[in-house]
Design a protein around this ligand. Sequence first.
Ligand code: FHN
Length: 417
Amino acid sequence: MGTTQVSDPAAKDRAKRMKWWHEARFGMFVHWGLYSQLGRHEWVMNRERIPVREYEKLAHTWKPKPRPAREWAALAKQAGMKYMVMTTKHHEGFCLWDTKQTDYNAVKMGPKRDLVAEYVEACREFGLKIGFYYSLMDWHHPDGARCAKDEKARRRFVDFTHGCVRELMSNYGKIDILWYDVSWPLSSPELWESAKMTGMARALQPHLIVNNRAQLPEDFGTPEEHIRAAEPGRAWEACMTFNGSWGWQPAPPEDWHSVRSVLKMLREVTAGGGNLLLNIGPLPDGSVPDLARERLTAVGKWLAKNGEAVYGKVDRCDGRFEWMPTGQFTLKGKTAYYWCSRWPGAELAIGGLKSKLVKASFLESGKSIDFVQEKDRLILKGLPKSSPDKIAQVTVLKLEFATPPKQVLGAGCVVLK
Ligand code: FHN
């Protein structure tokens, strides 16, 4: 998935706007808000039925440390992430920026500073593209629920919503991604006036990339907590928590994605021509959770050696390869990358490849690998006894073919003559 050759102008514009996004592959999601102080998930207000007046007190106790967004951005960079998306307002309704739409914001209360401005500054310092998450659902706004039953309330709430989006698109320079979320309680894009809202956002930010969660398809789909490729030609990004909670919530190490699990997700999104938006839920003061830092740092070290198999223009693998017990593929034209996650030892066999192999090598070192390719069986020889990758035991073998590779195995086996 990368730049698609397209005829219609809208699709051509989208392909141009999204080229960097497709090739970037990997982004950091950040969920941070008043809820972070409670450490029991970002839905704590709803799940524990905390009354608004009681919950509002959190707006006065929230005192983050200076500029934690620099830590997030530095880690994202180190992890091989190319863009970030941060919650500017989650369902709790507390705005992290200097908004005129409500006093329930980080400049008027608690932090007494513009946390979105700090985030934008940090993204730019570390050369990361900038995404704003905005929750349409709002548990604090007086019209946030009754807008579904009362036209005057809907008018007020839609004006509030569009006003917030206008500020975010106007006051922080070039913004790359608008990530809407949860369009409850209005049941149609017409009631949200989504086309008008996103049209306004795109007029203010002509390069903007917009997701599908204001009830219009826009630029990309957003599978959540699972990885499923969209139909060919449709951009998609899987968003995933690190430990099952978007907002800060302590959990045992076993509940956090391992380095191998993050690499598995990266391989799956790359093979499907999609992106991975992996979340961190910073602590109340803005610190990065230790396990996220530790594991993302290792992912970054791995990507520094094997990024060629992930970043840039890739081809989808669906219909081209079948499952293998020792590893899985990603693909760029005539070059397949075999992510060997179960090292077999001195020889690695791959059956069913229908294309002539020209060269085999270790992606990280470039060192060539001897091989024998019989009719339906490729055997890589002279391999080390254990996986050369010491970060996650995921060694990528670069397989360069004479034609775009295809693997056909099915359920049958070699028929002995
Ligand atoms: O309810 C939210 C949730 O808290 C989180 O923000 C995720 C992120 O994609 N979106 C909603 C659940 O789909």
